[in-house]
Design a protein around this ligand. Structure first.
Ligand code: NAP
Length: 298
């Protein structure tokens, strides 16, 4: 079989970011309002610092403002909640993200739930999770949205297909399953209405399940967990994993072996990762429009 088509997240994300930048420029002229994202970073985890810096830069390039709120690692849950209350009340801030992971002593769920639902551009707060589960999302969670967007851009519909997702986290696996099983998650029915199986660390016979996938998504965090024998010939393989190894960044899929079995595959880096930031920009712009009165928007 010929090598799989490579789903290029980098160029797809660049195109989306250019579209957003154009829309933001028009919006600013019309409304005089600059979409603004506040990122809250607790502690000094090096990977988190890089992620936040990339998000700030992306905002700048799209013509949006960003604010970084840096807090020391010893910050208590209560102090963080108070900080979020201030950002929630600040009319100049339209989107708020709390960079994960938070230090272990912080009650992460109550922190995520404190972000005002209208500013919750990661869509992690309980109200927004509930709306997604009900099939009427306010914001789509960034990484799952990036996955569906990539499939859409490459004309790889999911309707009626068996999608197997390996990983059931609240930020990738579960929300992606909810989007794919919905009747329409905003990209048309062809990019929803899938038959979805979600696997996790206690799933038995993982390889038997993954081999039944028309579309296989790996979101685990284990380098090269998905080997070629776990993939149905001709399947579409989406690798969400980002693992730092001695050989650099690698995904959860054994890329070199799987690309000769799959019909389409995402690389790591340069696959889903860049889409996540593009979707964050889209949500920040949407949050700004949501919070700007129709009169101000003209
Ligand atoms: P997570 O919260 O650690 O969840 C990992 C999931 O994988 C869990 O559901 C776990 O099962 C499951 N799992 C672990 N070992 C397994 C195994 N051997 N077989 C089957 N399932 C297994 O991770 P996450 O936050 O979803 O992130 C997953 C990966 O995606 C990481 O590499 C992360 O860096 C990456 N990521 C990338 C982006 C992006 O923008 N591209 C965004 C977010 C995350 P249990 O639930 O049973 O423990």
């Amino acid at each position: 079989m010929a090598d799989a088509m490579v789903l290029d997240g980098k160029s797809t994300a660049a195109a989306i970011r250019a579209e957003i930048a154009e829309q933001v420029a028009q919006w600013k002229t019309r409304s005089g309002v600059t979409p603004t994202l506040a990122a809250v970073l607790v502690g000094d985890d090096p990977a988190s610092q890089v992620y936040v810096r990339n998000k700030e830069r992306a905002c700048e390039k799209a013509g949006m403002d960003s604010r970084l709120v840096r807090l020391p690692a010893e910050t208590t849950t209560e102090e963080l909640l108070q900080q979020l209350d201030r950002l929630n009340q600040d009319a100049a801030v339209h989107g708020i993200l709390v960079q994960l992971p938070l230090p272990k002593h912080i009650d992460a769920q109550s922190v995520l739930d404190r972000v005002s639902p209208n500013k919750d551009v990661d869509a992690f707060a309980a109200e927004n999770v509930g709306l997604l589960v009900q099939g009427r999302p306010r914001f789509l969670p960034c990484t799952p949205h990036g996955v569906v967007h990539l499939l859409h851009r490459y004309g790889l519909p999911v309707q009626g297909r068996h999608v197997v997702i390996v990983g059931r986290s609240d930020i990738v696996g579960k929300p992606l399953a909810n989007m794919l099983v919905a009747r329409d998650c905003g990209l048309g029915q062809e990019y929803a209405n899938a038959t979805v199986t979600v696997c996790h660390s206690l799933s038995r016979s993982l390889a038997d399940i993954t081999r039944s996938a028309d579309i296989l998504v790996a979101a685990v965090g284990q380098p090269r967990l998905i080997t070629a024998d776990m993939v149905q010939p001709g399947a579409v393989v989406i690798d969400v994993g980002i693992n730092r190894t001695d050989q650099g960044l690698v995904g959860d899929v054994d890329y070199d072996a799987v690309r000769s079995v799959a019909s389409a595959i995402t690389p790591v880096p340069g696959g889903v990762g860049p889409l996540t930031i593009a979707m964050l920009l889209q949500n920040t712009f949407a949050a700004c429009r949501l919070q700007t009165s129709p009169r101000a928007a003209g």
